[in-house]
Design a protein around this ligand. Structure first.
Ligand SMILES: [Zn+2]
Length: 127
């Protein structure tokens, strides 16, 4: 028996599991708090500091400063807002202006998407 087949058998079962470490860096979404690849998350940074700061979407992940990550998903956005996770993630105590970020998420979200769909990760088609 050729040894290559054995290697394939060992490798097979792991393909279905999501091993993020092999694909890229992973961050925690501040909304649903699940871990995801940075490529699936929207990075944003705080502009300004103190009592008032603006959340600036950074889809290209190029802006300097402390950033946080969120799924570009209204459900995650709502959760983060409810828990005041923005300020905490960015270590800021002021009031976050979420307007720009909310607008960005609305723009990238297909219409008709519900909260239920958003909070249910579909990685198991057998269910
Ligand atoms: Zn999320």
């Amino acid at each position: 028996m050729p040894p290559r087949q054995e290697a394939d058998r060992i490798r097979g079962p792991r393909v279905r599991g999501v091993d993020f470490s092999e694909v890229g860096p992973v961050r925690t979404c501040i909304g649903c708090r699940s871990r995801a690849l940075t490529s699936q998350l929207l990075r944003f940074v705080a502009v300004g500091a103190g009592d008032d700061f603006l959340l600036q979407p950074d889809p290209g992940r190029r802006l300097p400063g402390r950033g946080a990550h969120l799924h570009p998903d209204p459900a995650c956005f709502a959760q983060a807002e409810r828990r005041r996770a923005f300020g905490r993630a960015l270590r800021l105590t002021g009031v976050a202006d979420t307007g720009l970020l909310a607008e960005h998420i609305r723009a990238v979200t297909p219409p008709g998407k519900t909260d239920d769909e958003a909070s249910e990760p579909r990685h198991d088609p057998a269910r």
